[in-house]
Design a protein around this ligand. Structure first.
Ligand SMILES: *Cc1c(COP(=O)(O)O)cnc(C)c1O
Length: 347
């Protein structure tokens, strides 16, 4: 079975298993695990920040970022299809008590003018205070689309001009960097906090990072204690794999992007299917199957019979996510599986 449901499905590399086996866990709670500390220094360096925290999941990293920047009853501006809105059970509201002000983006990218209006709009003596603007790079629900340097800078400038901070949800920011030939530090330069996942394309078994200034990360650490997430015992074993992820696994993300683009082009030529090629920037391809005469659930059932698994995104859209276990040779297999399903349905 070729599993393209997510890039989380990849397994640690042999080098990761070896280093985990050889790593002795320190006492991470007291900041005394040397491997965790080394990973945090490396993550800070890669994102161009002063400090970093290792946490269990990407969602925990964004939640800690939100807790660190948002006050109750204040406003957070974010793109209407962002992961924080649809993938995190509104922790922003439940935990932080903040109000989500949604702005519609194009390919996941908000217009700075729209963000400014959301920050400054005031009616009937109600003048919202905006603590935070959230960005997402790559944008998951827009199909892995990137924010460019110029777009990031313009959005950060607007937020900062109005006294709001920027939280950059960069779960897949290494894909955004590789796709654009940039360093993550460049893409994160103007963000106050940036998160990234070690488990997606980078293939680590667990972990995500929250990076920022020393002061913000110190505050985030207290928040981590408040939600019981800081007693991440034996984190050093996972941190060891995280170091391999950062040192060895970044350059290969280009392979996933190349395969995703090859697949997108081929899939777009299959009758009854459609792919917006302009939105294929990284390792995600959204295929619109509405012309095939069934919904995504049924289409996926038939696709699984062809030994290919992908993710139902909406009743019309199926998401294919490329990762380390999908090779160049698999692209043709996936395309012919799709073609077979379309033909079966057309009979
Ligand atoms: C995957 C993802 C997350 C969450 O990461 P987990 O490790 O699955 O919790 C957050 N934001 C974005 C944009 C993502 O794509």
């Amino acid at each position: 079975m070729l599993d393209l449901q997510s890039d989380h499905v990849n397994m640690p590399t042999d080098e990761m298993w070896d280093t985990m086996r050889a790593t002795k866990a320190g006492w991470a709670v007291g900041g005394k695990d040397p491997t965790v500390n080394r990973l945090q220094e490396l993550a800070a360096q890669k994102t161009g920040k002063e400090a970093a925290l290792l946490v269990m999941t990407g969602r925990m990293a964004t939640l800690l970022g939100l807790m660190t920047c948002c006050c109750r009853g204040r406003q957070v501006v974010l793109e209407k299809d962002s992961h924080i809105v649809w993938g995190e059970e509104w922790g922003l509201a439940y935990v932080c008590g903040a109000f989500a002000r949604l702005v519609e983006g194009r390919q996941g990218v908000m217009n700075p003018g729209d963000v400014e209006r959301a920050i400054t709009e005031s009616r009937f003596k109600h003048t919202p205070v905006t603590d935070l603007v959230c960005l997402e790079n790559t944008h998951n629900m827009a199909g892995g689309t990137v924010l460019t340097l110029a777009q990031t800078k313009a959005l950060c400038d607007v937020a900062h001009r109005h006294g709001a901070r920027i939280l950059l949800d960069g779960a897949r920011i290494f894909y955004a960097a590789v796709a654009q030939g940039l360093d993550v530090a460049q893409l994160a330069a103007d963000a106050d906090l940036v998160t990234f996942s070690l488990t997606k394309g980078l293939s680590a078994p667990a972990g995500a990072m929250l990076c920022g200034s020393r002061a913000l990360i110190e505050e985030a650490y207290h928040n981590m204690r408040r939600i019981g997430a800081h007693s991440f015992h034996k984190a050093g074993i996972l941190a060891a794999a995280g170091i391999v992820a950062l040192e060895k696994m970044v350059a290969r993300l280009a392979d996933d992007i190349r395969r995703a683009k090859a697949f997108a082009t081929a899939a777009s030529r299959i009758p009854r299917l459609s792919v917006d090629l302009a939105s294929v920037h990284t390792n995600i391809v959204m295929v619109d199957i509405s012309g095939a005469g069934v919904d995504s659930a049924r289409f996926l059932e038939l696709l699984r019979q062809q030994e290919v698994s992908a993710l139902e995104f909406t009743p019309e859209i199926i998401r294919f996510t490329f990762h380390r276990h999908i090779g160049d040779g698999d692209v043709a297999t996936i395309v012919s599986a799709l073609r077979s399903v379309v033909e079966i349905l057309a009979r």
